[in-house]
Design a protein around this ligand. Structure first.
Ligand code: ZN
Length: 150
């Protein structure tokens, strides 16, 4: 053999794609989307592989951390210190818009998370949960869930 894999090797790989939609009533929020991603995984039928979850907007994040309300309030305080929403006029970006802070908050909190899939389950560390971070809400936005594996 020349070391290349046979096509039949690839034929067992499955691919799954779904969009999760949000319309957050507030400007900013953290939403635990772990149950939604688990539902996607069950629907995909994939047992071994990888899940990619990414925000499809440049003013929203997907990240993994603890589902603890004190921590989420601390994130809010910390992010407001780093990139305060007001004064809106303090940002070059805010010409005809007011969301420069949301772009920066998204940059810090990240675009996506990747989670291993083992025996049909999300292979998390202790306390790990997946969150959608909204930094410029009050409109429809989406998250992509892509799962590959077998
Ligand atoms: Zn903008």
């Amino acid at each position: 053999m020349d070391g290349t894999r046979k096509d039949t090797k690839y034929s067992t790989m499955k691919s799954y794609r779904k969009e999760l939609w949000f319309n957050v009533p507030s400007r900013r929020a953290f939403i635990n989307i772990t149950p939604d991603v688990e539902e996607c995984l069950a629907e995909s039928g994939i047992q071994e592989g990888l899940v990619l979850v990414n925000a499809m907007h440049i003013t929203a994040s997907v990240f993994i951390n603890d589902d603890e309300s004190g921590l989420h309030r601390d994130y809010e305080t910390w992010l407001e210190k780093l990139a305060p929403h007001e004064p809106v006029s303090g940002y070059h970006h805010n010409v005809g818009e007011d969301n420069a802070d949301a772009h920066m908050k998204r940059q810090i909190m990240g675009r996506e998370s990747v989670i291993a899939v083992t025996r049909g389950k999300l292979d998390f560390g202790t306390w790990e949960q997946i969150f959608y971070g909204e930094f410029d809400g009050q409109r429809k936005k989406k998250v992509l869930v892509k799962i590959i594996g077998e």
